[in-house]
Design a binder for this molecule. Sequence first.
Ligand code: GLU
Length: 290
Amino acid sequence: MTIRTRFAPSPTGPLHLGHAFSALVASDLARQAQGQFLLRIEDIDTTRSRPVWEAQIFDDLHWLGLDWPEPVLRQSENMAAYEAALDRLWQLGLLYPCTCKRRDILEAASAPQEGGKPIIGPDGLVYPGTCRDKPRAPGSPRPRDAALRLDMRRAVRAQGYDFSETGAGPEGQSGRISVHSDTLIHTIGDVVVSRRDMGTSYHLSVVIDDAAQQITHVTRGADLFDATRIHVVLQALLDLPTPVYHHHRLIRDMDGKRLAKRDDARALSTYRARGLGPDDIRHMLGIVLP
Ligand code: GLU
């Protein structure tokens, strides 16, 4: 099997040390295994993505010593594939339209009958299900003017899911990780798979593209561990293979906080401007050249 890895940044700001870590881990893994490293531009959020950030991603990654086959896949050019997947999930009866605003969700999730204590999932508050059972005409077409949520109860129906983790997960997990239907229902819930403003979502697009690009190993930060559980479910529903996952440690600032895109002090371009080179970045991150 040829190992294929990828780095999939969103062009919504400068790359920082945390991105460099993800990209280098993915590229080194492919290089060590004589595999292939791909770059994918995750620009479905057209309101926040900018060509200037995309150009800087290319520059920064080349500067780090990475290369990849061209042309790169841009998610904004791949909407037809996401639409087809949504059609399929809709036909399976696994999606429902949701018109709730953030405030409605907060109010409903904090209501006493819900236990009063909202649960935070990978996308924020676990959805309390307000729109789940609204009547719909049988055979009605997939709505385009509302967010679509995955009905997690129907989607999992007491099935087990599992995936291989070669990293350390957020709680030190590795090996084969099982995702239980109860966890999915109660701590992840009915996630949005198509946002009203995007016509897709990070979760759906990433799953479709990892499969289309035959990615065998996904390396990503430990903050995405819970999102990976969603991805494993979507892969099962859409008959797509589940890659091997490696959730790596997060790069933090001196105060132990996660780096944010707006943290310009740790932007790769800032280090470049200060005359540092790619070996210095590797040294700072504690990763040696394979
Ligand atoms: N576009 C996502 C990000 O930048 C990709 C994460 C992933 O799936 O590895 O966080």
